[in-house]
Design a protein around this ligand. Structure first.
Ligand code: GAR
Length: 193
């Protein structure tokens, strides 16, 4: 790309990954987080967006389902690339079509295991431990219209053997996310023609 790429982050929860990504690109200046989109008016990411001075749009279910509105916002803000960082809702088909190979998600397990509807945050970590998996990890993948089914870009695994609880596993997985996700985003941005 011949200008600095502009990223929109979609988040539904605490937003610790969103903040980590914002801080990463403030340092590297290889891209700019130009917008945060949030579907939950009580999410922690809202306070973070204000503190970090990133424009924030909170979107209702009705506005979200009319993808014209969402696409209009993304176009107005000149968004080149979308990052889902703990975003709960399925992405509308029209948005997938508008951002082919330009939208990635992070999932807190080793897909294709422990993915799909309802597999979000702590639900994932509890399921991994209940299944007595010896490993878990993170998966970064392209987004399509189906939950957690796009092509995988990156995975990193860790042992669950010393995990004492789902909270403990969540903390370790968050550590991996903070360490690797911004670099994976940066690499994919560098490949945009
Ligand atoms: C992250 O662990 C992310 O991988 C997960 O939600 C958490 C959000 O944390 N995403 C999913 O489970 C998607 N299915 P954060 O709000 O602190 O970044």
């Amino acid at each position: 790309m011949n200008r600095m790429p502009q990223i929109a982050i979609f988040a539904s929860g605490s937003g610790s990954n969103a903040e980590n990504i914002v801080q990463h690109f403030k340092k590297t200046r290889t891209a700019k987080v130009a917008l945060i989109i949030c579907n939950n008016p009580k999410a922690g990411v809202i306070e973070r967006a204000h503190r970090l001075r990133i424009p924030l749009v909170t979107i209702s279910r009705r506005a979200y389902e009319n993808s014209d509105l969402l696409l209009h916002t993304l176009k107005t803000e000149e968004i080149d690339f979308i990052v889902l960082a703990g975003f709960l809702w399925k992405i509308p088909a029209a948005v997938c079509e508008a951002y082919p190979q330009r939208m990635i998600n992070i999932h807190p397990a080793l897909l294709p295991k422990f993915g799909g509807k309802g597999m979000y945050g702590m639900n994932v970590h509890r399921a991994v431990l209940e299944a007595k998996e010896e490993e878990s990890g993170i998966t970064v993948h392209w987004v399509n219209e189906h939950y957690d089914e796009g092509d995988i870009i990156f995975q990193k695994s860790i042992s669950t053997v010393n995990c004492t609880s789902a909270e403990d596993l969540a903390q370790k997985i968050h550590g991996l996310e903070y360490e690797f996700f911004p670099g994976v985003i940066e690499e994919q941005l560098s490949l945009i023609p």
